[in-house]
Design a protein around this ligand. Structure first.
Ligand code: DP6
Length: 322
C-alpha cells in the first residue's frame, strides 16, 4: 500500500509565533497565510511488513537524525488514530530549501499528513487533516487548505485552518540564504516566550491583527492587507530580537530588500515585505505587478514569483486492489 500526496508551503500574512500548548501544538494566537504555487513537497508513504522499522528518505538521502524522530512521532499519532502498529517508509521530495525559513516543514508535514492518513486507511475531513498536520509542525496546519487561510487558535478540536475569501494576490520570494538557519523556529519560539519582554504584547496585538486581516481580506482591500502584513512581520522580528540571548533572523541583505520594497511603494508600485524565521524576504503584491516586482528585486537574491497555491491533495493510492 503506497499513498502519495503533494502540498505547498504557505507564507503567513499574520504570523504564528508561540504555542499555548506544545504537546498538542496549539498556537497562542490565530494566524493567516497565503499558500504558494511553487516549492511543492511530494511524499509517498508505504506500509511495511511486520518487524521492519520506520524509515525516512528526503531528496534521495536516508535520514537518521532528529528529523526521523519527528516523522516517527508523527506516524505514531496516525497509528493511534488508525489502531495500527504497522511501520512505514516515507519518501519525500522537497523542493523548498529545507530549514532556511521558507516553510519547508509546512509543506512537508502537510504532504505527510495526507499521504499517511490514506496509507493507514483513515478517511479524514480537510479539517481533521489540518488538525493532524498541526501536530507535525504548526505552520503545516495552513498548508492543508488552499488559497488564503486562517488557522484558528483554540483547543485541539477547534484549532484547524480553512480557506477564507481574499482578493487575488501574488508573492515574490527573495532567497538570500538557502542554507539551514542557526536556530530553528521551535527553539527560538521557546526562548522568545521565556525571555522576550515583548512577547505578551505580541500575543495581544496579533490577536487583534488576525481579525483586522480577515476583515481586510473579506473586503478585498489589498492595501490594508499589505500594510498589516509588513507591520506584523516586523512586530514578530522585534519580539524575537527581544529574546535573551537575542535572536536575529534578518541580516543586512534582508533589510535591503525591505528598503527596496519601500522605495517601490514610493514609486507607486504597491508591494509589502514579510520574512519568517530566516533571512529570506517574501514580497506580497498584486498578481498583475509580480513581474515588475521581481525585476525590481533582481540582484538582491534568487528571485522566484508565486501565485496563490492549491490545497494539499492525494496524488495516488496504490496497492489496495481498488
Ligand atoms: C516564522 O511551524 O516551523 O514561519 O510549530 O514549532 O514546527 P513549529 O514551528 P513552525 O513555525 C513557523 C513560524 C513562522 C511564522 C508562520 O509561519 O506563521
Amino acid at each position: 500500500m503506497t499513498s502519495t500526496a503533494v502540498a505547498h508551503p504557505n507564507i503567513a500574512l499574520v504570523k504564528y509565533w508561540g504555542k499555548a500548548d506544545a504537546d498538542l501544538a496549539l498556537p497562542a494566537t490565530g494566524s493567516v497565510s497565503m499558500g504558494l504555487d511553487v516549492f511543492p513537497t511530494t511524499t509517498a508513504v508505504t506500509l511495511l511488513d511486520q518487524g521492519e522499522q520506520d524509515a525516512f528518505t528526503l531528496n534521495g538521502r536516508v535520514v537518521d537524525d532528529g528529523a526521523l524522530v519527528r516523522v516517527e512521532r508523527f506516524l505514531d499519532l496516525v497509528r493511534d488514530l488508525a489502531g495500527s502498529d504497522a511501520r512505514a517508509a516515507v519518501v519525500s521530495e522537497n523542493t523548498v530549501p529545507t530549514g532556511a525559513g521558507l516553510a519547508s516543514s509546512a509543506s512537508g508535514f502537510a504532504a505527510l499528513a495526507v499521504a499517511a492518513a490514506d496509507a493507514y486507511g483513515l478517511d479524514l475531513s480537510a479539517r481533521d487533516l489540518s488538525r493532524l498536520a498541526r501536530r507535525g509542525s504548526g505552520s503545516a496546519t495552513r498548508s492543508i487548505p488552499g488559497g488564503v487561510s486562517v488557522w484558528h487558535a483554540g483547543d485541539d478540536q477547534a484549532s484547524f485552518a480553512e480557506t477564507v475569501p481574499a482578493p487575488p494576490m501574488a508573492m515574490v520570494v527573495v532567497t538570500i540564504n538557502d542554507g539551514p538557519k542557526e536556530i530553528g523556529s521551535r527553539e527560538a519560539m521557546r526562548r522568545t516566550i521565556a525571555t522576550s519582554p515583548f512577547y505578551p504584547a505580541w500575543v495581544t496585538s496579533t490577536t487583534v491583527t488576525v481579525d483586522d486581516m480577515l476583515a481586510a481580506c473579506a473586503a478585498g482591500d489589498f492595501t490594508r492587507i499589505g500594510e498589516l502584513t509588513e507591520s506584523n512581520a516586523l512586530r514578530m522580528h522585534a519580539t524575537i530580537e527581544g529574546a535573551f540571548p537575542p535572536i536575529r533572523y534578518l541580516n543586512s541583505r534582508s533589510v535591503a530588500v525591505f528598503d527596496a520594497v519601500a522605495a517601490m511603494r514610493a514609486d507607486g508600485l504597491e508591494a509589502y515585505a514579510t520574512a519568517d524565521a530566516g533571512p529570506n524576504v517574501v514580497v506580497l503584491c498584486r498578481p498583475e505587478d509580480r513581474a515588475r516586482v521581481a525585476t525590481a528585486l533582481d540582484g538582491q537574491g534568487a528571485v522566484i514569483e508565486s501565485g496563490t497555491g492549491p490545497a494539499a491533495r492525494l496524488l495516488r493510492s496504490e496497492g489496495t486492489g481498488e
